[in-house]
Design a protein around this ligand. Sequence first.
Ligand SMILES: [Zn+2]
Length: 161
Amino acid sequence: MPRPFKCRKIYCSPKTDYFKPRAIPVSRLEVNNLTMDELEAIRLADLEGLYQEEAAKQMSVSRQTFGNIIRAAHRKIADALLNGKAIKIEGGVVAVQNERSFKCVECGKLWNEAYGTGRPTGCPYCKSREFHRGSQERGKESPRPEGPGPAEMRRRRRNRR
Ligand SMILES: [Zn+2]
């Protein structure tokens, strides 16, 4: 029995959905279909440079699944580049996220911002400018083996004085 397919979370929307090599008539053109989840995997791993484990978490898939997705994506792109094929971006079982989550480095709070509003100027709780994109799954943060972070250390130093 096939497992129910879980939606893969994606945050990107492509600026264009069709790439074709110059000077090959459409009638003779072969087209590779790149799905939205494959494009998202490319964005996370190749453009943003995330480790596969982190990228998998962002897309709500296992690391192994992420590996399969990105391998398929790389193969299609390589095939298109080397064999002069077009790439059409469409499809995939995906849930497009309309909100991005951020996490404050100073106070540790998470908050969401609508997509397309640009990078927030600061944490809405403490106004700190030190924040980063947060995990979508609250309370499931990976443990930090290196102990308290720099912000926490600063806070402790301040409190000692
Ligand atoms: Zn804050």
